[in-house]
Design a protein around this ligand. Structure first.
Ligand SMILES: Nc1ncnc2c1ncn2[C@@H]1O[C@H](COP(=O)(O)OP(=O)(O)OP(=O)(O)O)[C@@H](O)[C@H]1O
Length: 265
């Protein structure tokens, strides 16, 4: 990490997140029941599952944007009751403020954290450079491509030194080549941070590339786990939790793992 980014607030450690018997839904519409999951500090946990299985719903609950019908979401042992700068969200859709320049978008979380103007400018410029957008600081979001806007979102989410980054299909709308570039960038950037990452995707290969662990939400997202090899005891309503071996492991069976995830979907 560059010296100028060191001026920004630093992540002491990734956030420990716990879902304790959590039931989620919208009004009377139940989506997931009795979810139990521990996410370790600094872990990259990827949630995969078919459309409508509740991936974004889980993320919203961790972000504090959706209160559980039952159970508790805990961040560092403290119940989550609303959003916090400690838990940054990155969305698939362009969530940048359209009237703010790239620089002023990236500065935003630092401003919320009360970082003085000069420091936040230096840190934001450094993050913009880190995601390959030096020279674009004064542009508005509409002047950027979709991939560039996602890079700004990534810079903005990390600039505030969150202890957890919650990413909802952030690369879903990008073409294959831009997406591959963003995945490489994310892996690169994550090496510099201790933040816990919860990443939602439809894409099994993306999950295998990024994850320390993959959570597979079954087709019957509402059903308690246990179906097709699920782990009800430990993980409640989540279908299956698979650990992804370190990609540097010489004899890693990536094909077998991929097949297993697809079988669970
Ligand atoms: N704001 C909402 N109000 C009511 N129902 C909702 C709302 N958001 C999602 N749902 C419903 O909750 C269920 C789970 O939705 P969710 O978006 O979490 O699924 P998902 O796995 O992320 O799907 P996708 O991959 O298509 O984004 C779906 O049945 C959806 O229709």
């Amino acid at each position: 990490m560059s010296a100028s980014v060191a001026a920004a607030p630093q992540v002491d450690a990734g956030l420990a997140v716990r879902l304790e018997g959590v039931s989620l839904g919208y009004g009377r519409h139940a989506v997931l029941e009795d979810l139990c999951l521990d996410i370790a500090p600094g872990e990259v946990l990827v949630i995969v599952g078919p459309s409508g299985s509740g991936k974004s719903t889980v993320l919203r609950a961790i972000a504090g944007l959706l209160a559980p019908h039952a159970g508790r979401v805990l961040a560092e042992g403290v119940p989550v009751t609303g959003p916090s700068p400690d838990r940054a969200m990155v969305f698939q859709d362009d969530a940048l403020l359209p009237w703010r320049t790239v620089l002023r978008n990236v500065e935003l979380p630092l401003r919320i954290r009360g970082v003085p103007k000069r420091e936040r400018r230096t840190a934001a410029e450094s993050w913009i450079a880190r995601v390959g957008l030096a020279g674009w600081e004064d542009r508005l979001p509409r002047e950027l491509s979709g991939g560039m806007r996602q890079r700004v979102q990534l810079a903005r989410s990390l600039a505030g030194a969150p202890r957890a980054v919650l990413m909802d299909e952030p690369f879903g709308a990008l073409d294959a080549q831009t997406r591959a570039g963003m995945q490489r960038l994310l892996l690169d950037v994550l090496r510099d941070t201790l933040a816990t990452v919860v990443f939602v995707t439809h894409d099994v290969d993306e999950a295998l590339l990024l994850a320390d662990r993959v959570v597979v939400l079954g087709q019957r997202g509402r059903q308690p786990g246990g179906q097709r090899g699920g782990q009800r005891g430990e993980h409640g309503g989540i279908g299956t939790v698979l650990r992804v071996p370190d990609p540097r492991t010489p004899d890693i069976d990536r094909t077998g793992l991929r097949a297993r995830i697809i079988e669970e979907l």
